[in-house]
Design a protein around this ligand. Structure first.
Ligand code: SF4
Length: 371
């Protein structure tokens, strides 16, 4: 039983992935390649899949990009969302070309009949629409009334779109309300969440470079998730999108909403430290990013306190002068030279991960066959 009570929502599907409160919070990201460059886009999506991205969004700013969708879809394993701005014909083409969902911002699509056409085709193809509302696309009349893109203006705009979609009988929707500040995003989402049961995609838009973006996202998304709001997440960073996925899992893991992959616990170091903890910890994280089952790996600066401080880790190493000790669940099992420490730790972690995966698969099969 989670310590967080998620807001109850309906379920909306993006391809084979369900999104809503009866399902785990879904991690998504967006490619930063030219979509029409299929090889490069597919390669990046594969990298994202490898670190746990469950749904991917690609920009569709041109006919060429929309025409690339079928081939991209054919070569990837996760659902594909087409991100379309301004031109409703591109959204229609993206749907015809097999997008599992389209992300539109009705504020920049233009007249409502164009949005209606998108909804009509989405309904025919049985796909969902993500309605995005952000500070830059609030209708003029709403903006005039509020005087600025306030959280209230964002929430009112999103609620108005929900009503207009409902009036035309389309409810296969999820929403996102994003500002580049934590405060605007948090308040807007809370206001919207109170009044609907649509799943919400959360994130801080244009969050920034690696460190500031990660912190801003963790704070903003952390507040919302703690309040039970957020059914799918995207961390937006000005860096490789793979980092977005990794940070999203770290945020979800810190809140105990999702557990995936390796969590490296490394000590902050102190005057007893005998090894380069920072470089080692980064290398361990990089080498083990393919592991899917939750695993805690410790990299500790000294053997005096290291294994004790990290006794909850599944596997760990601690510096001990010119050698390392290898420990499993706090128990020392070997003594390693500087040269062999990293390789042996990686091997041991992979072994434990395989065992855990086999156990999980066994449990799953057992559950499937039990009466
Ligand atoms: S593990 Fe050792 S080096 Fe690292 S902080 Fe603790 S006492 Fe210091």
């Amino acid at each position: 039983m989670s310590w967080i009570e998620r807001r109850k929502t309906r379920t909306v599907w993006v391809g084979s992935v369900p999104i809503g409160s009866s399902h785990p919070v879904v991690v998504q990201s967006m490619t930063n390649t030219f979509t029409e460059d299929v090889d490069t886009t597919v390669a990046q999506i594969k990298e994202l899949e490898r670190v746990g991205c469950e749904v991917v969004r690609v920009a569709v700013p041109s006919v060429k990009a929309a025409e690339a969708l079928p081939e991209i879809k054919r070569r990837i394993s996760i659902p594909l969302i087409a991100d379309v701005h301004f031109d409703h014909k591109l959204a229609l083409l993206a749907i015809e070309n097999g997008a599992d969902c389209v992300r539109i911002n009705p504020g920049n699509i233009g007249e409502w009949w164009k949005v209606k056409e998108i909804a009509k085709l989405a309904a025919e193809r049985g796909i969902s629409i993500r309605v995005g509302v952000n500070s830059g696309s609030i209708p003029k009349e709403v903006l005039r009334r509020y005087g600025a893109p306030t959280p209230e203006a964002l929430a009112e705009t999103a609620l108005d779109y929900a009503k207009r979609f409902e009036d035309i009988g389309f409810t296969n929707l999820k929403f996102s309300l994003k500002g580049s500040e934590v405060k605007t995003t948090v308040i807007a989402n809370k206001l919207f969440a109170k009044k609907t049961d649509y799943p919400i995609h959360i994130g801080i838009t244009e969050a920034g470079t690696f460190i500031s973006g990660a912190v801003k996202s963790a704070v903003g998304m952390g507040i919302l998730l703690y309040e039970g709001i957020g059914d799918t997440v995207r961390v937006s960073l000005s860096t490789h999108p793979k980092e977005e996925v990794k940070i999203a899992y770290k945020i979800l893991s810190a809140l105990e909403l999702r557990k995936r992959g390796v969590e490296v616990i490394s000590c902050p170091t102190c005057g007893r430290c005998l090894v380069d903890v920072e470089t080692l910890a980064e290398e361990v994280e990089r080498r083990l990013e393919h592991i899917e089952v939750p695993l805690k790996i410790a990299v500790m600066g000294c053997a005096v306190n290291g294994p004790g401080e990290a006794s909850f880790a599944d596997v760990g190493i601690a510096g001990a002068g010119d050698y390392f000790i290898l420990f499993v669940k706090g128990k020392v099992i070997d003594k390693l030279s500087q040269e062999e420490a990293l390789e042996r730790l990686v091997k041991e972690a992979e072994r434990v991960a395989e065992e855990r995966k086999a156990q999980e698969d066994g449990l799953y099969r057992g559950a499937e066959t039990s009466p």
